[in-house]
Design a protein around this ligand. Sequence first.
Ligand SMILES: C[S@@+](CC[C@H](N)C(=O)[O-])C[C@H]1O[C@@H](n2cnc3c(N)ncnc32)[C@H](O)[C@@H]1O
Length: 302
Amino acid sequence: MLNMTPYPNSNLASTARLIKPQQTAQPLSNKSFEDWRKYIYDNCGILFQENKKYLLESRLQKRVSHLGFTSFDEYFDHVRFSTAGRDEKKYLYEAITINETFFFRNQPQLDALVTTILPPIIQAKEKFGKSKIRIWSAASSSGEEAYSVAISIIDLLKPKFPNLEIEIVGTDISNAVVETAKKGIYKDYSTRNTSGYYLKKYFRKVDGGLEIDPNIKKLVTFKVMNLYDDISMKSMMNFDVIFCANVLIYFDAQSKIKVIANLYNSLNKSGFLFIGYSETLHNISKAFKLVSFPKTIGYQKE
Ligand SMILES: C[S@@+](CC[C@H](N)C(=O)[O-])C[C@H]1O[C@@H](n2cnc3c(N)ncnc32)[C@H](O)[C@@H]1O
């Protein structure tokens, strides 16, 4: 059980008390680890397994030292109870998440998208005088997945469907990666899997790396969003395709069931969900039809 007394672990007198950087905190106690893992799980669905105490400790350590706390319990109270704690939550999420991503990370999914999935959807929409497709990169990290989708559609589909309108939304719980995504400037590491053809056509060299072409950038919007927050999830509706890759691995079964049920509701009828190579919906959802494509599978809303 969490101790709900305001600032029970602290003798904080003022905000100035917080800004005493680079102290060394006492080690994370077992009790504090339990409090933290429950709090993180309840707030964003990420489960730190019982054997991951040292991992969580090392992730939190930077913020604890930066803010000058002498214990993880003091930091816990700060995040939960202080006004500044509301802002601190974003740094907490940045500290505990893994944001690894790169352009064209899952080429078979992109191939399935442009060759098989989207053409009939576009044709069906055009019959009703509509021309907009909507795609969501959920847990988009710094934006590489969302921009890869945009590049693939512009390069391979737009010539066949000149009236096509494209709306791509990227969301992530971490404010820092969302800001990077909005800038659209990347280091070589991010483009290591990108063909010379695409690099030449859709990127230009700038100070600090390679910048995405403005015509691609304008198709994609990014915002901070927690996939574990039911209210935010209900605002994400009518998507033709959702990519939610390499984030389910951080959730336990209950969190996955909740997130996947919400993603199902966010899809249009017959829309598709793609997840990561190493992820599965086995025992998580029976609502989707499994569809095979060359070297990948997709989950279709029936
Ligand atoms: C490994 S990256 C995956 C990026 C991209 N989808 C890909 O496959 O390359 C996982 C992302 O999930 C985000 N994340 C973790 N928990 C989340 C949550 N509850 N809501 C939204 N995003 C979350 C992290 O911030 C991180 O950027």
